[in-house]
Design a protein around this ligand. Structure first.
Ligand code: CIZ
Ligand code: SF4
Length: 319
């Protein structure tokens, strides 16, 4: 507790001294989300993190999240220095989509537009026509579908399948998944609903189709956060990373948020419904990075130029 307060005040001082701003993802530790709010930074999903980082006048961005978020910040703001509490924080979607194999897949289908999720390396983005996040994916794919375009989608097969079903677009899916969302179980959710009949089920589309089928709302983290505030239910069963509970609870102090069950989950399950890579971000390593300026993100300029185009398309997209 005392150490936390000490770290917080030291970090706040260093952020100011270095003209740096803290940008934290919804899935990071409560202490980081709170600090980002207190110091004029932002807490959001990857789309808003990208926007905020690019628009903010600070000369240095500290990105608390996973590596692709730091890379995206650097691609959009090459003149800024970008650091992360640890560069070791990655993502199963990024790992499961190596650029050589993905490029070969795209090369085999040259008639298709390549749409990739933000949760990918800079190199995979550079091979894409469009980058999307879960909050904008449906809109972009509908737009492309209306233009008669056929699509390659990567890497998340659950999100891709959901979008395909919603839009009817012709999509070839890469076989990737998120190790956190993939574990949610429809049966466990239905069992839990017996105990909380009034509970609304909120699900992120990285979850399996069977989970989406039992959900009252399906949406990106920011859309689920909004829904949890607007819906009149008192209890919510949430199938996404429980890091989002910080903002949900802040927005609705009187509502109860319950993590959707996963395989092997129980009252004491600590790694369930929480991304192990997001969990690598903490006050200690954030403080360390501000002190020694380690864990800096670099993106090779030629790669950056190529990855920038599909990212800018996303940021400018308003259909
Ligand atoms: O699962 C993730 O990593 C998400 C939801 C990222 C994002 O778009 O904020
Ligand atoms: Fe990747 Fe899933 Fe972690 Fe998000 S929650 S960073 S998609 S592994």
């Amino acid at each position: 507790q005392e150490r936390q307060a000490e770290l917080k005040s030291e970090i706040t001082r260093l952020l100011k001294q270095k003209n740096a701003v803290l940008v934290a993802h919804y899935y990071t530790d409560d202490s980081l989300q709170a600090l980002a709010e207190e110091t004029g930074g932002c807490v959001s999903d990857s789309l808003e993190m990208a926007r905020f980082g690019a628009d903010n006048p600070a000369s240095t961005l500290i990105v608390a999240g996973v590596k692709f978020m730091g890379e995206t910040a650097k691609i959009l703001s090459p003149e800024k220095r970008v650091f992360m509490p640890t560069l070791e924080a990655t993502c199963s979607l990024d790992i499961g989509c190596p650029v050589d194999e993905f490029s070969a897949f795209c090369d085999a289908h040259p008639d298709r537009e390549v749409v990739v999720y933000a949760n990918t390396s800079a190199a995979v983005k550079a091979r894409a026509d469009w980058v999307v996040t879960s909050s904008i994916a449906l809109k972009v794919v509908s737009y492309l579908d209306q233009q008669g375009k056929k699509i390659i989608w990567g890497p998340d097969k659950h999100l891709g399948g959901y979008i395909q079903k919603e839009t009817g677009a012709d999509m070839l899916l890469w076989d990737g998944s998120c190790i956190v969302h993939e574990e949610f179980k429809a049966k466990g959710i239905l069992d839990l609903k017996k105990a909380y009949p009034d509970a609304a089920v909120l699900a992120h589309p990285e979850s399996p189709e069977s989970v989406l089928e039992v959900a009252d709302r399906v949406g990106s983290t920011s859309q689920l956060l909004k829904a949890s505030g607007e819906m009149s239910n008192t209890h919510f069963i949430v199938a996404t990373d429980r890091g989002i509970f910080y903002k949900m609870q802040q927005q609705s102090p009187d509502k109860t948020f319950i993590a959707a069950p996963t395989a092997g989950s129980g009252a004491t399950c600590r790694s369930c419904a929480h991304c192990p890579w997001m969990a690598m971000n903490g006050l200690e390593n954030l403080y360390q990075v501000l002190q020694d300026e380690s864990q800096e993100i670099f993106v090779e300029p030629q790669l950056r130029e190529k990855a920038l185009r599909p990212l800018q398309r996303m940021l400018q997209f308003t259909a």
